[in-house]
Design a protein around this ligand. Structure first.
Ligand SMILES: *[C@@H]1O[C@H](CO)[C@@H](O)[C@H](O)[C@H]1NC(C)=O
Length: 386
């Protein structure tokens, strides 16, 4: 949570100037990052994943005028004895699984979500890959929600569905399989801290970007491999609903399509053949995902599916960027108008803090990709409580 106390804050929509030091919560590294790599006093450049390092507030006090106070992320030593574990009636739950497009850096053993702190840990907007600012689940749980929603976000940067099928960039990455295991060992047991029910819980899965990006170029039958990947995914969905005869309770699912990463700067640096191949593989995967989701619903009484066509959301912005405030969908960086914050990740819609003399200025970093995503998800979930 970022609070600004006792000073006039200028609000500008301007290109951030080249900064010697990155601001708190700003990006300070990652694959393809060309900006500042050191952080302002009081924060430390911390690696979040291959693509993203972020200036996380440290123990040192912020710079002199101290107009900006930040609550440091909780440590993982917090336990369920935390006050946030006191059950509160009337809350709804969103269990989220995915990769860097969805991650907020949640530690299921840390502070749990509660009213006023819907992400639990780290504080909103969490550790996102957006170049700073909320991602789609952050907006979805705080801006476009239709009730008090507690977001348990197991998504992990770099995740594939199953590391045994497509190896992630680093062995420490928690795959969808590992995320589901974390959930099953914790919140799925309905501890007093998390009194969810089948009716008040949504389970979202946005996965496949790294699976396809890490395998599309291999020879052989890519369509058959997409079946293999999706069969593995739906075996995990099955676990969310039921393990053997044990009803684990998940009923409401949101499945998100793989976005057109063939149009990311990463892929624009590859051959047009490679781009076309990835596009074909993604299209095939998404078609199969829709079919498998429908078949799963058919064979599981009480299961309700919502499908968000993230590919359509990305494509409508990429095809008409000006309508969304973008001037550049080919390059990446933190300047306003850029769709991509680095060579694989789109922007949020956020601001950064810059200390000028004694005054903190807020720079709007234009680029509402994740915000538009959240709006489209809200439309898909329009008839629900989430
Ligand atoms: C959405 O979530 C925010 C943050 O918890 C909350 O303040 C707001 O009241 C919620 N919206 C609705 C309609 O419940």
């Amino acid at each position: 949570m970022i609070r600004i106390k006792g000073l006039s804050v200028a609000l500008f929509v301007l290109a951030p100037v080249a900064l010697a030091q990155q601001v708190v919560w700003g990006q300070c590294g990652g694959n393809g990052w060309a900006g500042a790599t050191t952080c302002v006093t009081g924060s430390t450049c911390t690696v979040q994943n291959e693509w993203y390092s972020q200036c996380i507030p440290g123990t040192a006090p912020p710079a002199s005028s101290t107009s900006l106070t930040v609550t440091p992320p909780p440590t993982s030593t917090s336990t369920s004895s935390d006050p946030s574990s006191t059950p509160i009636a009337g809350l709804n739950y969103w269990f989220s699984f995915g990769d860097s497009y969805t991650q907020t850096g949640f530690d299921p053993n840390g502070v749990l979500p509660s009213p006023g702190n819907v992400l639990g840990n780290p504080p909103f907007p969490g550790w996102t890959s957006t170049g700073g600012g909320p991602n789609w689940v952050g907006f979805g749980a705080t801006t476009y929600n239709k009730s008090q929603v507690m977001l348990y976000n197991y998504a992990y940067g770099g995740a594939t569905i199953d590391s045994a099928l497509v190896a992630p960039y680093d062995p420490s990455v928690i795959s969808l399989k590992g995320q589901v295991d974390q959930y099953l060992a914790g919140a799925a047991t309905k501890p007093p801290s998390t009194p969810w029910t089948s009716a008040n819980s949504l389970f979202s899965i946005w996965i496949g970007i790294n699976d396809l990006g890490g395998s599309y170029y291999q020879g052989g039958d890519r369509a058959a491999f997409s079946d293999t990947l999706l069969d593995a995914e739906f075996a995990l969905v099955q676990k969310l609903v039921r393990i053997a005869f044990f009803d684990t309770g998940a009923r409401n699912f949101l499945f998100a399509f793989v976005p057109p990463t063939d149009r990311s700067p990463l892929m624009l640096g590859q051959s047009t053949d490679a781009q076309a191949l990835l596009k074909t593989v993604i299209g095939g995967f998404n078609t199969k995902l829709a079919a498998k989701a429908a078949a799963f619903k058919e064979s599981h009484t009480g299961v309700q599916n919502y499908i968000w066509d993230a590919s359509a959301t990305f494509t409508k912005i990429l095809d008409a960027p000006a309508a969304y405030g973008f001037t550049d969908v080919l390059n990446y960086g933190s300047a306003p108008g850029l769709f991509w914050t680095n060579d694989l990740h789109p922007t949020s819609e956020w601001f950064c803090f810059v200390l000028r003399g004694d005054v903190w200025l807020i720079w709007i970093v234009a680029g509402p990709v994740h915000k538009v995503c959240a709006q489209d998800v809200a439309a898909v979930l329009a008839s629900t409580i989430w």
